[in-house]
Design a protein around this ligand. Sequence first.
Ligand SMILES: [Zn+2]
Length: 252
Amino acid sequence: MKFTTDGLVIKENNVGESDRVVQVLTRDKGLLSAFVSGARKPKSKNAAATALLCYSHLTFTQTKDTYRITESEAINVFFDLRADIERLSLAQYICELCQVLVPYGVEGEEYLRLALNSLHFITEGRLDIYALKALTELRMMVISGFMPDLVGCRECGTDRSFPMWLDLSGGDMLCDGCKAANPQSGQFAELDKTTFAAMRHIVYSDIKRLYSFSLPPQNARYLSFVTERYLMAQTDRKFKTLEFFHSLQTAL
Ligand SMILES: [Zn+2]
């Protein structure tokens, strides 16, 4: 069977002498792993458009459970990303988030839209890199079923008694008073007014408005710290590309 769809290459592995196996987040069929014969040969017609971080128009041939990419045409290679190691490392982290959070066998449209928009803004370089990291982490968690409940305190319902406290494994919140009134087990992240408003925007706003927000650098860093802790608590795993991203921050 042959079909054509658009997809973002989120992982590439070399196999054999000149072949490549890629993982692609596709619009119509979600995550697919596919074989690209001869992709590393100097004259391969599929080399460029099946490389990591390329968004391409791809033709797949399916035999039982095996997919092969037989034709490809690049739509956006996000070329400028490669010039900045910090931005490139964030882009690679977004690819790893997709590998972990996108389930197999579901349509990829919503994930793909988020990933492509984030890559676009990371490449463009106008928005704060930590704000983009936080936005992508949290919104992807929302899409994949880890949406936190940011409506109000789970005990009294208030949403204006700061700080609010995000229950990292429970995914809901307590206000300061209710948290103090009852001894709590578990881990909480403190949400000041700015962080809380930013998180609500990321969780509840329409995709068209999602990237229209700005935060002072310090607030963006703190937001990123919170969304990352929430992601770690919910998924209970490590991300190699995230460790690399952080290692750059201390090195730069
Ligand atoms: Zn309360």
